[in-house]
Design a protein around this ligand. Structure first.
Ligand SMILES: Cc1cc2nc3c(=O)[nH]c(=O)nc-3n(C[C@H](O)[C@H](O)[C@H](O)COP(=O)(O)OP(=O)(O)OC[C@H]3O[C@@H](n4cnc5c(N)ncnc54)[C@H](O)[C@@H]3O)c2cc1C
Length: 510
């Protein structure tokens, strides 16, 4: 009987394991950390009763994805509960203006008419455009690349939208956020509202490829809202773990894989730090591809087709600040209080400066902030009347010139808090406790987050779509026979979606 070992319990490793266990395969998941879930983890890191999503919080990708479709009943039976938000995101500006996007097209038109009247018609036409392109764009995210299925899907798209339409779509895929927002909007606020979504990945406004995310996420928020896990994002992890167990799978935490064992160029098992050997007919590594050579015997790691993975580049870094609050911030833009995410970017040129400064190894003065207010839709995450705040700082240097994150992390967090105070006077007084996770801390929690890159490798076009992570490593296969890869370093990239777990499970189910 085939024995499958999964290295790592991130969303993709767990998704693959759950799907394969349900198909009757023998599955063992080995996780080096004390908890399962990788970059999806909820803990009371400030005060008792305050539940913080340490890393990812927005579970929309999973809720709308293929793993959910395949395992919905099993996951719900095992406790999965989502909390939807109809007020997904809002951008606030230094002059007190704001634009909040809700799941109501008319309400958004009313907001834009008030704040950015010149962009109303463009917003309407982009809404129509997403409606027209969605049936072609979203299936690509669930399709193996490159593959015959993808070629068929492209052909169907061409039949539906014609040559001109296809070229327009390719242009959108290659455009930067700045080019996209300049083309569609006139008001700096609307441009920033969309461009910040590129920075959730590693698209500074002038990087080719950012337009797609600025478009999909800004208009997509209006159409689909946002989804959180009830009581914490780990609600999803607990349900996946339970599905694996109820189908006979095994999970071991505190089991760091130190070696992938090979014989004649084929993977045959793994060894953990405590010297235990797990034999396997197939191995799925939910491991950042750049780290795979470290796990292979020297003769395999040095093969040119393996060694070239060193050219897989990380994206820029991220820092998290978790706050326990006596009350939500009193935003100068008072409507911001009701939104799940509040973005402080503030404008497109600021995003560009931040990106360039961070890439040059310096600390940005006004980095982009994604401020999650999960207790707005899920009060169960904090004691009654109290709140948690999830602050993601984007983007930051992987290494800071002349110092380290351990040295400057707390001080830099103070600066971020001061920045927020400018948008919400009195904010500092509401802070009951805080926990700062610098880019270095992120890597300590999860080796895949190399130097604090939250996305398992840059998503710039040279490492995305059918090129992720690198030619020769695509299709979720590594150059080593029987060693498969999934996770954010593989197609379809970062995010709590489980897409690559599903694709690798499909490969191994055959
Ligand atoms: C701060 C932050 C905020 C984010 N916010 C969001 C968000 O709101 N929404 C969203 O969609 N995405 C978000 N993301 C991105 C998303 O969380 C990740 O892309 C995704 O969770 C990565 O999943 P993965 O399958 O690649 O595995 P990972 O989460 O990287 O997990 C892999 C696991 O493998 C383990 N492992 C690695 N090597 C070994 C080894 N040798 N032996 C044993 N175990 C090993 C690691 O310990 C880890 O637990 C965020 C990421 C971060 C860091």
């Amino acid at each position: 009987m085939s024995k499958i070992v999964v290295i790592g319990s991130g969303i993709n490793g767990l998704s693959a394991a759950a799907l394969l266990a349900k198909k009757g395969k023998s599955v063992t998941v080995l996780e080096s950390a004390t908890e399962f879930g990788g970059a999806v983890r909820t803990e009371e890191v400030t005060l008792p009763g305050f539940k913080h999503d340490l890393f990812a919080t927005n579970l929309s990708l999973f809720a709308g994805g293929g793993v959910m479709a395949a395992l919905k009943d099993d996951l719900i039976r095992n406790g999965l509960e989502f909390v939807p938000s109809a007020k997904p995101y809002c951008s606030v500006f230094p002059d007190g203006k704001s634009i909040g996007i809700v799941m109501d097209r008319d309400a958004n038109i009313a907001t834009l008419t008030r704040v950015a009247p010149g962009d109303v018609e463009s917003w309407k036409s982009l809404t129509a455009k997403l409606g027209a392109l969605a049936p072609h764009l979203f299936p690509i995210l669930g399709t193996e690349l490159p593959s015959f299925a993808a070629a068929k899907s492209l052909y169907k798209t061409w039949r539906a939208i014609g040559t001109q339409g296809l070229f327009d779509l390719i242009r959108l895929l290659l455009q930067s956020s700045r080019a996209f927002t300049d083309e569609h909007f006139v008001h700096p606020e609307t441009k920033a509202l969309a461009a910040i979504w590129g920075m959730h990945l590693d698209y500074g406004p002038d990087i080719s490829g950012g337009a797609l995310f600025s478009f999909l996420e800004s208009i997509g928020g209006q159409e689909f809202g946002m989804v959180l896990g009830k009581g914490g994002a780990d609600n999803l992890i607990k349900a996946l773990v339970a599905v694996i167990k109820e189908n006979g799978g095994t999970l071991v935490s505190g089991a760091k894989v130190t070696e992938i064992l090979t014989n004649n160029g084929k993977a045959i098992g793994v060894k953990t730090a405590d010297g235990k050997v797990y034999e396997a007919t197939k191995i799925i590594a939910n491991v950042n591809p750049a780290l795979i050579p470290n796990l292979l015997p020297k003769n395999e790691a040095e093969k040119p087709e393996v060694a070239k993975i060193k050219n897989f580049r990380p994206g820029l870094g991220t820092m998290m600040i978790h706050l326990a609050l006596s009350d939500l911030p009193d935003w100068k833009a008072s409507e911001a209080r009701g939104f799940n995410y509040v973005h402080i970017a503030p404008y497109v040129d600021d995003l560009a400066m931040t990106y360039t400064v961070a890439a040059a190894g310096k600390l940005p003065t006004n980095p982009a902030l994604v401020i999650g207010q999960p207790t707005v839709s899920d009060p169960s995450r904090a004691p009654e009347g109290k709140h948690v705040l999830w602050i993601q700082v984007r983007v930051l240097p992987l290494e800071i010139t002349g110092t380290t994150w351990d040295q400057v992390g707390e001080e830099y967090a103070d600066q971020i808090i001061e920045n927020i105070e400018q948008y919400a006077p009195g904010f500092k007084e509401k802070i009951l406790s805080r926990k700062v996770l610098t880019p270095t801390d992120l890597e300590r929690y999860n080796a895949n987050l190399i130097k604090g890159d939250s996305l398992g490798g840059s998503h710039h076009p040279a490492q995305f779509f059918f090129l992720r992570p690198l030619p020769g490593w695509t299709g979720h296969k590594s150059p080593i026979e029987n060693l498969f890869i999934c996770g954010s370093g593989t197609w379809p990239g970062g995010g709590v979606g489980g897409g690559s777990g599903l694709m690798v499970a499909n490969l191994l189910s055959k």
